[in-house]
Design a protein around this ligand. Sequence first.
Ligand SMILES: [Fe+2]
Length: 358
Amino acid sequence: MTAQEAVEHLSRLLKQTREQVPVPFTERDAERALAALLSTDNLWEAIRLSRVPLRALSTFWHRLIAEGLLEARDGALRLTANGQALAQALGVAPVREATCAHCEGRGVDWRTLPESVVERFMEICRHRPEAIQAYDQGFVTEATTLSRIAFAWHRGDLEGKTIIVLGDDDLMSIAAALTGAPARILAVDIDERLIQFINEVARREGLERLEAVRYDLREPLPSSWLRAFDTFMTDPTESFRGFKTTIERGLLALRGPGCAGYFGLTHVESSYEKWARIQRFLLDSGAVLTDLIDNFSAYVNWGYIESMRSWKWLPTHRLPERPWYYSALHRIELLRLPELDNTAVAGDIFSDEEAATT
Ligand SMILES: [Fe+2]
């Protein structure tokens, strides 16, 4: 196969994929997907390495299978000889992972936290509530939560600060409170189980500056929380509407310029087009993106994986054995007061075209 034939073949595959899914899918996405398939035959590893929305990626895989370029069997994906020839003619090479083994690519080391914080947090997590699908939950590993707190401490967003955590199935409020550094921490969540759990831990562990309150993000932010915090932390649902609503509440909770916010964003459920929309919204709201660390957050495999939306899109099925769903940590800082409405939003805030795990 000549390079020219390969390019033409790829552009046909791209065209067919785009006709089948209302999700952006670029030539570079296709190259990344092929590179991942040259690197692993594990379905979940291929998703992680592709960095492409799962809805578009699954459709692309089905196209490759239909053309005899890929085989899917027993949870494994293997490029056929023709598939490998196509990748080679396109000049696609396997992914060369160069992630630092010590910090797992985060650039911060949670082991720098006081030992008692780590031990107490790990112990508390043994009794945490299960993730449930109704609220699009799926919590991160303990190492991830501790790393987020280590990072925020390092960046001066923890010590002496007032912090609001919007949706806290990751238990960031507890890890933050255990450091003793923040002046006050408020965790808000729609899930009554989490509110009870956090308040119970606060009482039992003597964390007097920690409090959890039930709150539905679709409701306007209560006036006592407006411009009342130095730092917000959240891990939003990734429909654009749900995401924007969550971040707006966070920005409205901040006192003003110099205050910081933290959130995560994935590839599985968000295309670079969506990333761009989000970055534009942030800039328009008076915030600047100061840090972005991809694959910072690793999610513990949740119990409802076989009933998630994307399960039926997969060309072959096997339960994941290791984390496969990752998100990029974002830190923003306010440059000016945001001009945002604090109004109620109605209906489903969890779904959009790219949503995969709802
Ligand atoms: Fe490192």
